[in-house]
Design a protein around this ligand. Structure first.
Ligand code: ADP
Ligand code: MG
Length: 395
C-alpha cells in the first residue's frame, strides 16, 4: 500500500483532533457515530468541516450501519496518526522509498531530522486475507471493531518488544527506535537479504554462525519461527586485519519477529525443526554446502535453556508489555489468516508461486533482475521493490 504523506501538511489541529477522536471511538464502535466523534473531540465549533476534510483524503470512510451513519478509520488514517506521533517525538522527519512489500507489511526508508536513514515497518494484518477473516466471524465477533487495526498493532508491539529484548542481549538485530500503533521504526541495515546472495567465500562458517544463532535463541527460551533467507540480512564489512579489499567479513542480521514463539510452545519442536531445515535446505541449494553434523535437534536445544544463567526472554517480554493473552490472540489470528506458515515445512506460505515448488528455478532472481516483475519473491510474500526515483517527502 502506498504511503502518501502529502496531505499531512494541510491538516489543521482540528482535523488531527477529529482523526484521533475517530480512532478512540473505533475501540468500541465498528462505525463511529458522527455525534460521538464530536463529543470525543471536544471541539466546540463542531467536527463537520474536519470530517469532510479527512474523508476527502481517505483517512476516514463514511459507513452506514443499520441504525446510524458514522465513520471508520482507514489504514491511511491510522498511518497518519502514527506518523504524526513520530513527527512530534522527532523519530521521523521524512519518508522516502518503499523497500519492501510483504503480504502483511510495508517497509519504507525514512529519515530523522539530521537525515539519518531509518526503516519504518507498517504492519498490515488482514489486508489480503479478508475473506478468510470474514469466514471466521466467530473468532472475531468479540473483537469486531477494526480487528485488522488491533491485530496489526499487536504485531507491531510484539515485534518491537522482541527486537528490544534481543538487542539488549547482544543478538544481531536492528536497533528498535520507536513504536506507534501498527508501526515500528528501526535502524536501517545496509545489507541484502541472504536470498539475494549468490555465493559466499566460506559457507561453512556462515552456516555455523546461523545455526549457533538458532541455538542461542533457544538458550534464551525463543524460536524465531521464520528463520529463513529472507529474514537474514548479510552485512559485508572490510576485514580490519587485512588490506585486501576482497577480504570481507560477513555478519548475519536477523529481522522479522511477529511470529516468534517460546521454546515451551506446544508446537515448539515443529517450529525449531523448520527453522533449522530452512537454513540447511538453502545452503544445500544455493551454496552447495551440507554440514557433516546432524541436527541440531530440538531435544539438544532444550538442554541449553537458561544456560550460563541467561534470562528467558520468552518470559521477560511478558513483563515488558507483550502479554500471554496478546500472544495468544495474535497467534490465533495469524493462524486463521495463514500468516503463521503452519503446515508442511516444504510448502509455500500461503502463496502459490513460492520458489519451493521447483528445484531448477533457484537462481532465477540473479539472472533476470531487470524489472520489478523479476524481483526476488519472498516465501512469506515480500517483494523487494526497485528503488523508485523520487525525493524524500518531509512530513
Ligand atoms: P515481512 O514481514 O513483510 O517479511 P520483514 O521485516 O521481513 O517484513 O522485511 C521485509 C524486507 O524489508 C526484508 O526482507 C528486507 O529486505 C527489508 N528490511 C526490513 N527491515 C530492514 C532493516 N531494518 N534494514 C534494511 N532492510 C530491511
Ligand atoms: Mg520477512
Amino acid at each position: 500500500m502506498r504511503l502518501d504523506t502529502k496531505a499531512m501538511r494541510y491538516l489543521t489541529p482540528e482535523d488531527w483532533r477529529t482523526l484521533t477522536a475517530v480512532e478512540t471511538g473505533s475501540k468500541n464502535h465498528e462505525v463511529v457515530p458522527t455525534a460521538l466523534i464530536g463529543q470525543i473531540s471536544g471541539l466546540r465549533g463542531g467536527v463537520h468541516k474536519s470530517i469532510s476534510a479527512l474523508a476527502k483524503v481517505g483517512l476516514i470512510a463514511r459507513l452506514k450501519n443499520a441504525s446510524y451513519d458514522g465513520y471508520r478509520l482507514t489504514y491511511g488514517g491510522l498511518d497518519y496518526l502514527s506518523l504524526n506521533t513520530y513527527r512530534k517525538r522527532k523519530d521521523v522527519y521524512s519518508v522516502g522509498n518503499q523497500i519492501g512489500v510483504g503480504k502483511e507489511s510495508d517497509i519504507f526508508v525514512v529519515a530523522d531530522e539530521k537525515g539519518v536513514q531509518r526503516v519504518l515497518k507498517i504492519h498490515r494484518l488482514g489486508r489480503i486475507s479478508f475473506r478468510t477473516v470474514k469466514a471466521n466471524r466467530d473468532y472475531l465477533r468479540h473483537r469486531s471493531s477494526g480487528s485488522w487495526m488491533y491485530m496489526s498493532r499487536l504485531a507491531a508491539l510484539k515485534e518491537y518488544t522482541f527486537m528490544t529484548a534481543l538487542r539488549e542481549n547482544g543478538f544481531p538485530v536492528p536497533e528498535p527506535l520507536a513504536q506507534s500503533r501498527h508501526t515500528i521504526v528501526m535502524s536501517l541495515i545496509d545489507a541484502f537479504p541472504m536470498r539475494q546472495i549468490s555465493s559466499v567465500p566460506d559457507p561453512a562458517s556462515l552456516y555455523a554462525e546461523l545455526i549457533s544463532m538458532i541455538l542461542r535463541l533457544a538458550q534464551y527460551g525463543l524460536i524465531h519461527g521464520d528463520f529463513n533467507e529472507f529474514n537474514i540480512l548479510i552485512k559485508e564489512d572490510p576485514n580490519p586485519e587485512s588490506n585486501k579489499p576482497e577480504d570481507i567479513i560477513l555478519t548475519p542480521i536477523l529481522i522479522d519477529f511477529p511470529q516468534m514463539v517460546s521454546i515451551d510452545h506446544i508446537n515448539a519442536e515443529y517450529y525449531f525443526d523448520r527453522d533449522v531445515n530452512c537454513i540447511k535446505r538453502f545452503f544445500a541449494r544455493r551454496f552447495r554446502y551440507t554440514s557433516d553434523a546432524k541436527g541440531p535437534h530440538f531435544k539438544d536445544a532444550r538442554k541449553l535453556i537458561g544456560m550460563d544463567g541467561v534470562k528467558r526472554l520468552d518470559v521477560s517480554v511478558e513483563a515488558s508489555g507483550f502479554s500471554k493473552k496478546m500472544a495468544k490472540e495474535l497467534e490465533a489470528y495469524m493462524k486463521e489468516v495463514g500468516v503463521d506458515g503452519d503446515g508442511d515445512p516444504n510448502a509455500a506460505r500461503g502463496d502459490e508461486d513460492s520458489d519451493e515448488d521447483g528445484e531448477d528455478d533457484e537462481d532465477d532472481d540473479e539472472q533476470h533482475s531487470d524489472g520489478p516483475e523479476a524481483a526476488p519473491k519472498n516465501i512469506n510474500g515480500s517483494v523487494i521493490v526497485d528503488e523508485a526515483a523520487g525525493d524524500d517527502v518531509s512530513l
